[in-house]
Design a protein around this ligand. Structure first.
Ligand code: SF4
Ligand code: SF4
Length: 324
């Protein structure tokens, strides 16, 4: 199972596609390393992602990473990159940490989308600082919107030139984002950019075989986004609360962050994670998931589903890469 922990809802960015920053959590109620240490099982999770809000606003982030290293095989931090020194501190202490830094386009576009002057420069400083520190898994996390559609391919070229990964997402509406007005207006323009990107990924020219193969799988992820943009059925069934789940800053274990209303399966401050997963509330949540008609397709939810359905994914890659 993959786990994402929203360690805080505080945020130092002012993004146009997300209103989390308007709804900060109180530091005094945020889940502590002690609770996570006590309530999460050891060595069960494939990957634990620390997200937010902005994780670097947690003053105990080093301690959170230390505790979670015994719980998951890989630890990932998703950050807006506005605090390079904090990220580099984590990398120095825990170099196996995976880092994904938000980057939405050239400087002016990125700063506009993040609502933060100077955000681009800081994000680039974070990426370069992590690479200089010798971190092997650094990546760009791109949120695509109407404003930066044409930045998709240049950002992919930047990722290739830096030898790093790039994940792409599109704005969603949900209780988590506090958004209802994210929309994909110019569908044909979006679809054309995604088709170009999928083709580039499938015919990746990265020198590293590992990154080339990862690009093929990212092509499938992008194919899911293309279907999302076209409002077609998602390529794989959702397995929230089975292949993945989330913990919010207050300690509530939730199946996903894509629903219109938050659904809690239990609180980690009161129950163990395993107790919550076997609870009646979790059973109800899985029923809601199996009936859910949302077509959301986000990295943290799509990747575990791809792992669970690896054969159709590999078949799609083979068909489109080698027989297309
Ligand atoms: S998208 Fe991320 S960086 Fe931007 S406001 Fe939301 S939580 Fe903060
Ligand atoms: S499709 Fe899955 S991840 Fe998306 S809102 Fe529904 S249950 Fe959540």
């Amino acid at each position: 199972m993959d786990l994402t922990i929203f360690v805080t809802y505080r945020c130092n960015a002012r993004c146009i596609m997300c209103n989390i920053w308007q709804h900060p959590s109180l530091p005094s109620v945020e889940i502590t390393p002690e609770v996570l240490s006590r309530q999460l099982p050891d060595d069960v999770f494939n990957k634990i992602t620390l997200s937010g809000g902005e994780p670097t606003l947690r003053s105990d982030l080093l301690e959170l990473v230390r505790v979670l290293l015994s719980k998951g095989r890989r630890i990932e931090i998703i950050s807006n990159g506005l605090k390079p020194e904090k990220l580099i501190e984590i990398a120095t202490r825990y170099p196996s940490t995976i880092f994904r830094i938000s980057l939405d386009g050239r400087a002016s576009i990125h700063d506009e989308m993040r609502g933060t002057p100077g955000a681009y420069e800081l994000a680039m400083r974070s990426i370069q600082g992590l690479l200089d520190q010798g971190v092997s898994n650094v990546g760009i996390s791109l949120t695509l919107g109407e404003k930066n559609l044409s930045d998709l391919m240049p950002l992919y070229e930047l990722a290739c030139s830096l030898g790093i990964e790039m994940s792409v997402t599109v704005p969603h509406n949900s209780f988590y984002f506090h958004k209802e007005d994210n929309a994909i207006a110019d569908q044909p323009a979006w679809a054309a950019e995604f088709r170009k990107y999928i083709h580039a990924l499938l015919h990746s020219r990265r020198p590293s075989l590992k990154l080339r193969i990862k690009d093929w799988f990212r092509a499938y992820l992008s194919y899911g986004l293309l279907l999302h943009v076209l409002r077609e059925t998602r390529p794989l069934p959702c397995s929230a609360a089975e292949a993945f789940c989330f913990i919010d800053p207050a300690g509530d274990v939730i199946p996903c962050h894509g629903m219109a209303k938050k659904m809690s399966m239990g609180n980690l401050k009161e129950q163990s994670f395993e107790g919550i997963l076997h609870s009646e509330a979790a059973g109800k949540a899985r029923k809601v998931v199996s009936a859910c008609q949302n077509r959301c397709w986000m990295m943290c939810t799509a990747v575990p589903m791809m792992k669970k359905n690896i054969l159709p994914v590999v078949w799609w890659i083979a068909k489109n890469r080698f027989m297309g």
